[in-house]
Design a protein around this ligand. Structure first.
Ligand SMILES: [Zn+2]
Ligand SMILES: [Zn+2]
Length: 463
């Protein structure tokens, strides 16, 4: 149920009990281990492990500490190793200006050479970066232009700042956190970890080093990756299962190993809420929405081959009282299926559950009547995406479909006013990080005009 994306099980720290360590990883739910090469010898040993165990994969590369030892045959050896099907990445490669075991200009030279090799072989890379943020981004951007959707890789044992994380994400990289994120002094790192989108996040051990709390100080091993996953879940307000599910899907998307997320998800749990996916149709076509390109939230694929019936939705819930709330929310607009909402919400309420509806506020236009009186007693809480601070900005960012274009923004405001009469709790959300949206203006509108709760929602942090 979890993946250790960075282990050094070939090191002699495991010579006495390697097989037991590997078995413990399996017993603790580690589905895959990526064993990382640091030079030609350790890359070859990683491959030996990958050949012995079907759930272990390997990488080959020369660590920045060791690039000073590269000789005439190194690149031929690397290429030969990387030809093996279980060799799934080039790495670890990078820059380490903290230890400086190799001269910095030699580090840069061989980083470039190995990046060229990764490009030539079309393999992802494993990046080691310590105290070299600016040089790293400058060099990577020669190979991974922003907006080019190239096969990227993983920033392993991330120890950088928000700037480095944002730059790496921009180029399409994934960010992996090791046990260091659990250390007492790592508040800054935890703050960065909170901001990484779920679809770019990994955890790792970097074992035998950096054992996470509560194993700190001991020899690390893949089974301990669960402690780091738990910490990451905790700071992001998630369950560990949520982190496990997304890291499995990310591993599949980056390396093609494991399972893709199945489509046709009707109900899905995040934290202790159960979400219901009624439709993928929407009356907006928001610029930030991935409804049509990648309808995935927290590792669940919400693409529907057909829309579920009220009965199918109800059956997928099992027991609504098991959850804090049951939420009508998917990539589509739920009020396009108003009769299903009403039927299912009634059953949830009758069973003693709590119901929330997340909507774009077009419901009255869609259904050609004021639907809010009909939701009285069925919906406990409604969350309306107002998204912007003006009608013009709304049309530009949310791009309502034909038929919804004439002043829909003002109709959403009327919808919010009406909602206050019939729904006990009303919340208005704005999607942040859109360049034309003035967040504080949105908050003003929501608080002053409607007197309801306001929530800023980061566009790439859905769920
Ligand atoms: Zn490293
Ligand atoms: Zn390493």
């Amino acid at each position: 149920m979890i993946i250790d994306t960075h282990a050094h099980l070939d090191m002699d720290q495991y010579d006495a009990d390697r097989d037991e360590v590997i078995q413990r990883a399996r017993d603790n739910g580690v589905d895959y281990i990526l064993n990382i090469g640091c030079d030609v010898e350790s890359s070859a040993r990683s491959l030996e492990l990958a050949e012995r165990f079907d759930f272990i994969y390997a990488t080959a590369g020369i660590h920045p500490h060791d690039v000073k030892l590269i000789d005439g045959s190194t690149y031929t050896d690397l290429k030969q190793l990387l030809a093996h099907p279980k060799m799934i990445a080039v790495g670890e490669i990078g820059l380490d200006y903290f230890k400086n075991y190799s001269p910095q200009d030699v580090q840069r030279e061989h980083l470039r050479k190995q990046l060229a090799l990764a490009k030539e072989l079309d393999k992802p890379i494993i990046v080691h970066c310590r105290d070299a943020n600016e040089d790293m981004i400058a060099i990577l951007s020669e190979f991974y232009p922003v907006n080019e959707k190239a096969r990227s890789g993983i920033f392993h044992c991330f120890s950088g700042d928000q700037w480095l994380a944002d730059k790496a994400l921009e180029m399409g990289f994934y960010i992996s956190f090791s046990g260091s994120v659990t250390f007492k002094k790592s508040d800054d790192l935890r703050a960065v970890a909170k901001t990484i989108p779920a679809d770019r996040l990994f955890v790792e051990t970097d074992c035998p080093y950096l054992a996470p709390v509560p194993k700190r100080g001991k020899r690390n091993e893949p089974a301990f990756v669960n402690h780091t996953a738990e910490l990451i879940a905790d700071i992001r307000g998630l369950r560990v299962e949520d982190v496990q599910r997304t890291s499995e899907l990310n591993f599949f998307e980056l390396f093609g190993i494991g399972k893709n997320a199945p489509t046709g998800t009707v109900s899905y749990q995040i934290r202790n809420s159960l979400y219901l996916n009624l439709t993928t149709r929407c009356t907006d076509d928001c610029v930030f929405c991935t409804r049509l390109t990648r309808p995935v939230v927290q590792g669940y694929n919400l693409k529907l081959d057909r829309e579920p019936t009220a009965e199918e939705v109800w059956e997928s819930i099992d027991d609504p009282t098991k959850y804090d709330e049951v939420v009508f929310c998917g990539y589509g607009e739920p009020t396009l299926r108003l009769p299903v909402i009403k039927e299912v919400a009634k059953k949830i309420k009758d069973a003693g559950g709590r119901v929330r509806l997340n909507t774009n506020g077009h419901g009255n236009v869609i259904n050609k009547r004021n639907i809010l009186p009909e939701l009285k007693g069925l919906i406990d809480e409604i969350s309306v995406s107002l998204n912007t601070d003006s009608s013009e900005a709304y049309d530009e960012i949310c791009r309502p479909l034909p038929g919804f274009r004439n002043g829909i923004y003002d109709k959403i405001k009327i919808f919010i006013e009406e909602a206050k009469k019939y729904i006990p709790k009303v919340q208005v959300t704005i999607v942040t990080q859109q360049k034309d949206v003035d967040e504080s203006a949105c908050e003003e509108i929501v608080k002053k005009e409607f007197g309801v709760d306001y929530r800023a929602r980061k566009y790439n942090m859905v769920g």
